[in-house]
Design a protein around this ligand. Structure first.
Ligand code: C5P
Length: 399
């Protein structure tokens, strides 16, 4: 997906340098030709040899290197790059570039390049919030430089807050969105995510543990690969992905209405939502009183099976379902694939460590209508999303 692309990976000196190693690995796996430039302080954290071995290219560290100067090292790297990716980017480095300083190989390369530049800042929360830093980033963004926002978490300095470098896969996806192949261009993908809530009364509901992370990862990956994406999401604690048409729903019936209405626009429908199968027959107008009884029964009625309905009028649309199982995974999954008339069913045993609802990772198998099963190892939900899209691509008509 990054075949034929030249990436200059600039590594500056922060504790997150170790994540740049994994990022490099992802870039290489995707087919990019990566040339690493390290600042002096970055070399205090990881040796150039690590990056050199993984990239298969010499690591550049010095602005004035007699051997490389025959083709003016910094200019040739700046010229041949499709992307200059600075990860991690320290407050100092962002400040330098924002003020036009080019006093080492990396800052000179950034100054000399006409390629896209993506900064991945990682720093202490107070530095991240410092108005000086904020001003520098804003200034660079206004000039067309790109940034991946750091995430919240425990920082190396012991602080809790925003400033952590995101997962290498998230950074990779942002880089890919800038220069990667747009193999879903012209396609519309309808993705559902999260749980549904079935109200019992104004203050109580039936629901499940779905976090929406899997569906959101698919929506982001599809967008980055050039698709128009419609995301129909149940209640989740995730920010709407930029550039994705996000529709919020609460109940299964609302999701049914939105999905059936939008499905006609979609080439692919991916139902990652954990839709409640039943809803209370009656929703109390007022909060239900506990009274004196020891037990209480709530009568439930079936919700429409959205995916099964779409399967009935499938046409040329590619239909993908998810099945979270706690037993007899393959048998149940294969039954579902057939019953709902799906092309792909993503099955996961939610009892396994690293699989299922709220985590960052998943362990899945792809079952396809032609009877094949592909078993994937433990991977992040972003990686699962990429693999799923690769699979879907093989089922789409070639334009
Ligand atoms: O049968 P089961 O609920 O396990 O199937 C899961 C798949 O079916 C998921 O893709 C889910 O989004 C979809 N589904 C649906 N409508 C329902 C129940 C499940 O679309 N009412």
């Amino acid at each position: 997906m990054l075949q034929g692309k030249c990436v200059v990976l600039g590594v500056t000196g922060g504790i997150a340098v170790y994540k740049a190693v994994e990022l490099l690995r992802l870039m290489i796996k995707a087919g990019a030709d990566v040339h690493v430039i390290m600042t002096r302080s970055a070399q205090e954290f990881v040796t150039p040899l690590t990056f050199q071995t993984l990239s298969g290219n010499p690591v550049h560290t010095e602005l004035f290197n007699l051997i490389q100067e025959q083709d003016i090292g910094h200019i040739s790297l700046a010229d041949s790059a499709d992307l200059v990716l600075i990860a991690p980017a320290t407050a100092n480095f962002v400040g330098k570039v924002a003020n036009g300083i080019a006093d080492d190989l990396l800052s000179t390369t950034v100054m000399a390049t006409k390629a896209k530049v993506l900064f991945v800042p990682a720093m202490n929360t107070n530095m991240w919030e410092n108005p000086l830093y904020r001003q520098n980033q804003k200034h660079l963004e206004e000039l067309g430089y790109h940034f991946v926002e750091p995430v919240y978490g425990e920082l190396a300095c012991g602080w809790q807050g925003q400033g952590k470098m995101p997962d290498p896969q998230v950074v990779f996806n942002s880089a890919h969105a800038l220069i990667g192949s747009k193999d879903f261009a012209g396609k519309t993908l309808l993705v559902t995510a999260g749980p549904t809530r079935e109200e019992i009364d104004p203050v109580r509901f039936l629901s499940n543990y779905s976090s929406g992370k899997m569906g959101f990862a698919i929506a982001r990956a599809s967008r980055d690969r050039g698709a128009r994406v419609i995301l129909v999401s149940g209640p989740v604690h995730l920010a709407d992905p930029k550039g994705v048409e996000t529709i919020h729903v609460t109940s299964a019936q609302e999701m049914y209405r939105e999905v059936t209405e939008k499905a006609s626009e979609a080439d692919v429908v991916i139902k990652a939502a954990a839709v409640a199968d039943f809803r209370p027959v009656e929703r109390g107008e007022q909060k239900t009183k506990k009274g004196d009884t020891e037990t209480m029964a709530i009568a439930l009625q079936r919700n429409p099976d959205i995916l099964a309905e779409l399967g009935k009028q499938k046409g040329s649309r590619v239909l993908v379902g998810f099945a979270a199982e706690t037993e007899k995974l393959l048998r149940h999954a294969r039954e579902k694939l057939q019953k709902k008339n799906l092309d792909i069913l993503v099955a996961n045993d939610v009892t396994q460590d690293g699989a299922g609802f709220d985590g960052e990772t998943n362990i899945v198998r792809f079952l396809t209508a032609d009877g094949q099963t592909e078993e994937l190892p433990l991977m992040t939900k972003d990686e699962v999303a990429e693999k799923l899209l690769d699979r879907i691509l093989t089922l789409l008509p070639k334009d």
